[in-house]
Design a binder for this molecule. Structure first.
Ligand SMILES: Cc1ncc(COP(=O)(O)O)c(C=O)c1O
Length: 477
């Protein structure tokens, strides 16, 4: 059944969340420590609207046409009592999924264009993934890195065969992969310049970049409001304009830079794509002074662009690349892929992890990598991505709030001239799950890579149907 045909109450008949669920509203108040006179829904909507952002788009007052089912309400209420309040969640309680469809506790169906934030590349419940995981779970799940294990070596071999890299270090997440890359870069520079009193220890990162939330990766993340409550973070990071090759060249040639971190396509930052000239210029400047070039492909890597690695579209290769999200098809994993000359400077004890590279996640990842690296699979992502972008441009491009549809493969962004949250909310009410990014004014579309053209058309139709909410949600104050 098409998500748009699902039986759900029409938006007009949905009473406001505040009237609907006094209990939840009071919990939101408690959770965010709001004074009594503040409507928690304004805060909740505002948080999603600006999720992550130093917004420079005017945040309008929003209508609160948001509905919770009874079962969802119960769980959301319980969550507010027991979890640390770090997430401004969409109020959907998901129960199970198959392919590109997700189902909530009320039995409603959604078309998933979030993939668990670019994770579920094979969708939900892929049979080969389930087989790999269950077989391995029945054999050996965890041994720690005190011992050798076969799946870890098998996965590393596959990653090396499929990339520029000579060696791999496994982690449990994207932020940890970037932490490892920071340490490896510092160690590399210290090792290489053991005679120097001040080897290069600083880093370059770019506007709109996102590299994670642990202290090192956070220091490399551009959004100040992510960093400022936790300062001091790692010092020595210079943020430059993404795409400004000349500015980057000048800073890199200072000789102080251990490594440059760059996303070939920025996901959280608003789906901005690097140019070949920009990456080429970073590569040349790094080579001139011995700085390392690190690609963060945590979000854009592993088939999402229609290339196995996003940087393959440019033919400019890094010294290190960090991966995570889709690699184990939903199980937690991260990886740093490095050249031999970087690996040669790392010794036992320099870095490590209890869980990383365990047999279970590595077996799952091998199954994912085998499927995604198939040239037919990659070609299908490329074709579907082109088709999706085309129909989005055709059908939505005429709307006055749509400024641009951009991206490559199945990582696409629709930039609006207003916050995207009302549209994202209206779409999930109509059975389509999406994300925001950028300064809150970009709809981010990262569906499972297995999505069909029919599902892409369905998603586009829902978006088209919901677009008028952008006008409705602007209440003239
Ligand atoms: C480009 C990029 N790097 C790093 C991270 C951090 O990954 P994780 O959330 O697994 O720590 C993210 C997460 O969104 C990301 O998009």
């Amino acid at each position: 059944m098409r998500p748009s045909e699902l039986s759900r109450p029409p938006m007009s008949s949905i009473s406001s969340l505040f009237n609907n669920s006094r209990l939840l509203a009071s919990d939101i108040s408690r959770k965010f420590n709001l004074p009594k006179r503040v409507n928690p829904l304004d805060v909740a909507s505002g948080m999603r609207a600006t999720a992550s952002l130093d917004i420079n788009v005017q945040t309008p007052k929003l209508k609160k046409d948001v509905e919770f089912g009874e079962k969802a309400k119960e769980l959301i209420d319980a969550e507010a009592r027991v979890l640390v309040g770090t997430y401004a969640r969409t109020p959907v309680v998901l129960l199970h999924g198959k392919g590109c469809k997700l189902y909530d506790v009320e039995g409603r169906e959604y078309l998933d264009m979030t993939s668990g934030i670019a994770v579920n590349a094979l969708g939900h419940g892929d049979q080969d993934w389930i087989t790999a995981v269950t077989l391995q779970a029945n054999t050996l799940t965890h041994v720690s890195n005190v011992f050798y294990s076969i799946p870890q070596v098998e996965l590393a071999k596959r990653l090396i065969d499929a990339s520029f890299a000579d060696r791999v270090f496994f982690t449990n997440s994207g932020t940890e992969a970037n932490e490892a890359a920071i340490k490896f870069a510092r160690k590399f520079q210290r090792f290489l310049r053991s005679n120097s009193e001040c080897p290069p220890i600083e880093f370059v990162a770019f506007s709109n970049c996102f590299h994670g939330r642990t202290m090192g990766a956070l220091a490399l993340t551009s959004k100040e409001h992510y960093r400022s409550p936790f300062e001091p973070v790692m010092p020595g990071v210079t943020f430059l304009e993404y795409g400004n090759a000349q500015a980057a060249r000048e800073v890199i040639l200072s000789g102080k830079i251990a490594a440059v971190f760059v996303e070939p396509i920025q996901g959280e930052g608003g789906i901005y794509t690097a140019t070949k000239e920009f990456l080429q210029s970073l590569r040349s400047a790094c080579d001139e002074v011995g700085s390392l070039l690190i690609y963060d492909e945590v979000q854009c890597g592993l088939g999402r662009t229609g290339y196995l690695w996003a940087h393959e579209a440019y033919g400019i290769y890094p010294d290190m690349m960090t991966l995570a999200k889709p690699l184990a098809g939903g199980l937690p994993i991260g990886a740093v892929l490095v050249t031999e000359r970087v690996a040669a400077t790392i010794n036992p004890g320099d870095h490590g992890s209890t869980f990383a590279g365990g047999p279970l996640v590595c077996s799952a990842a091998a199954a994912v990598l085998d499927k995604i690296s198939d040239p037919h699979f990659l070609a299908s992502v490329s074709e579907k991505g082109k088709y999706f972008k085309e129909i989005l441009q055709q059908k939505l491009g005429g709307n006055r709030h749509v400024k641009e549809v951009r991206g490559r493969g199945l990582i696409l962004g629709i930039e609006l001239d207003v916050p995207a949250a009302p549209l994202v909310d209206a779409c999930w009410n109509s059975g389509l799950l999406m994300l925001t990014s950028g300064k809150g004014n970009v709809v981010r579309l990262v569906p499972p890579l297995i999505i069909s053209e029919t599902e892409l058309e369905q998603g586009t139709e829902i978006l088209l149907k919901c677009l008028p909410c952008l006008d409705e949600s602007l209440i003239i104050s």
